[in-house]
Design a protein around this ligand. Sequence first.
Ligand code: FAD
Ligand code: DLZ
Ligand code: SF4
Length: 506
Amino acid sequence: MAALRFILGDQLSRDIASLSDLEPGDVIFMCELMSEATYVRHHKKKIAFILSAMRHFAESLEGEGIEVDYVRLDDPQNTGSFTGELKRAVVRHAPQRIIVTHPGEWRVLEEMKTWESRLGIPVEIRPDGRFFASLEDFRRFAEGRKELRMEWFYREMRRKTGLLMEGDKPAGSAWNFDRENRKSLPADMKLPERIGFQPDETTRMVIELVDGGFDGHMGKATGMGFPVTRDEALMALDHFIEACLPFFGDYQDAMKEGAPFLFHSLLSAPLNVGLLCPREICREAEDAWREGRAPLNAVEGFIRQILGWREYVRGLYWLKMPDYPKSNFFGADRDLPWFYWSGETDMACMAAAIGETRENAYAHHIQRLMLTGNFALLAGIDPAQVEEWYLAVYADAYEWVELPNTHGMALFADGGLMASKPYAASANYIQRMSDYCTGCRYSPKAKDMQNLCPFNALYWDFMARNREKLGANPRLGMVYRTLDRMDKARMNTLRKRAREFLNSLE
Ligand code: FAD
Ligand code: DLZ
Ligand code: SF4
């Protein structure tokens, strides 16, 4: 047999590099692995989504007449690891070479690099061509810069791809329409219906398998409605472009009780496993603007997430690994509170974000950044524990995208490599951007400390205790001027309340 082509669970694309020169006689290899499902306690809907998408991808390749060697999770011979399963496949097929695509996680790349010597056959690791920027492109961008900022990278990417460009100028004469994209949601705003995909026989079997095991993992597999085939993913994309994209910009930062999805695309899970390609998503969004179906502030805001942030965090991850997660700028060391797993807290905003995460293996960006992320930042929670949580609970989470977002953007644990200031916010922000506070046992304006929103006490305590590290940051000048004007006794009471609250979590 000529080549064994190994496809990982997040490489489910017909255009993946390892399939580009497929020849008759080659075998495609895929395996479901206990190690991958449990190295963090992934949400059950995430495991079910990935296994179902893997099985459907294998079926579609077989439909083309391609030979696929597919090992299932419940196969009694399954050794449970990439290397173990590859070894067995080599014995079965005696290939002349193995071809794989660069993985999304450092630990897997390290494992892959051992295969050639352990298996005694050539192993070719091909660059993952699903991104706009290669790892080399990003290294070039980063070279010689004192500071890395997404905005500069994004402009380069706009020029390189021609997306939303008019000649050498940005469409609408501005690179960024963020100022228009911070509206709070009117109470009577009608939200679009979302499409969930009904499970077929393959998905039903996977759901049963996952719900029958994985004790201690968050949530339930039952109800998993992510698209699991290319056709379903394309339907989800079309639905987003028609029903949600026109409002995406205006309400990008909004949050609402009982509305987990708002106008977000819900495309990250199918995109990250390869069922969609970032180029087609951005082109479809741009077409919607050019054809007058969506306004520029919405389309630019959306494209920036994919062409800008998504590419930027991937570049940063591979540039800085393996040292990136080792920094801990604030020396944060508190344990992750149990309510991050149970959702049991009387803070209405946190209960909503975590409850919806438990239910859907999804929370939108502002919930991840300004609720669960912001709380962990203010409370000084150990970055490693927070990172493990984000990697486990979201269906779209792989270390290349989760780690920079958590370690850098949400926790500022890298000391400012990823963001120019911490995304720290008090209850004022949450009250302005959501309706959570109306139904909460706490109040942002309460006079007595027991009823005052914990975010307020935690916010001022965070700013005061990190003054040495943050005081010189020009973007926080106003915060520290306000802090200096605050009554000292009030400040002491707030800090005492923050300590009491944090102790009560232990
Ligand atoms: P939309 O709001 O519709 O955005 C469109 C697309 O843009 C997304 O599908 C996604 O592909 C991309 N995108 C948007 N923001 C980012 C970003 N900051 N980084 C990378 N891509 C982005 N995203 C993941 O895909 N996987 C993760 O593990 C992940 N972990 C995160 C952890 C934290 C602490 C934070 C603050 C953000 C994280 N994000 C992660 C980014 C973002 O929250 C999700 O991509 C988004 O919520 C997915 O929902 P959506 O598809 O509806 O996104
Ligand atoms: C996340 C995941 C899970 C839960 N299961 C599998 C699996 O059974 N087989 C597989 O090939 N991949 C799985 N994955 C995705 C891998 O964890 C992912 O490919 C690596 O983390 C590299 O990004
Ligand atoms: Fe969240 Fe505080 Fe508002 Fe309650 S009062 S919902 S804890 S911000």
